[in-house]
Design a binder for this molecule. Sequence first.
Ligand code: URA
Length: 213
Amino acid sequence: MTATGKPGHDCPRCPRLVAFRRHWREREPGWFNAPVPSFGPLDARVLIVGLAPGLQGANRTGRPFTGDYAGDLLYGTLLDFKFAKGHYEARPDDGLELVDCRITNAVRCVPPENRPSAAEIKTCREFLPPTFSEMPKLKALVALGRIAHDSIVAALDGKRSAIPFKHGGAHTIGAYRLFSSYHCSRYNTNTGVLTPEMFRQVFRSVQDFLAAA
Ligand code: URA
């Protein structure tokens, strides 16, 4: 199967995720319950890569991070840095628009317990290179968490040992600059692993990079 940047609504690639999806389609037929598409303009210079949709967030609403706890910090920060305009109201019809920025996930389907397996991460990685190449002006990738970071590095044929994950780290990989952050998950923010200011600093670096590019 050749991948485009967008898995089909009934993507069959990961049996465990297909079974989970089927279960939730039966239980909550009004939810999105499908691979969550990337959000934002194709001509953006920045692509943010999260981990995977949350069950009652992006999997329910159909827009990355929307309705997920992590979305509050992410969209709030994007609004502050003018990478978004409008209001974030945790609904896909809140009118929020991304500006020069797009959001996708390393794994497009919701995984049980928020934990994709290594095989699922690898399988879904197929969608990353076409997601990059359908963005003609793409310059900066922002990895939210180690899994997204490692998946981006592998998708671009980089070596994990040469490009290790570090919060606040930045590396050039192929045609892109990769900025990495701890994931803005509830766990990381509640435990103080990631503070709002640490997260803001990542987007400040992205903004400085774009201004100089
Ligand atoms: N919601 C998403 O869409 N992605 C994440 O990584 C977390 C929550």
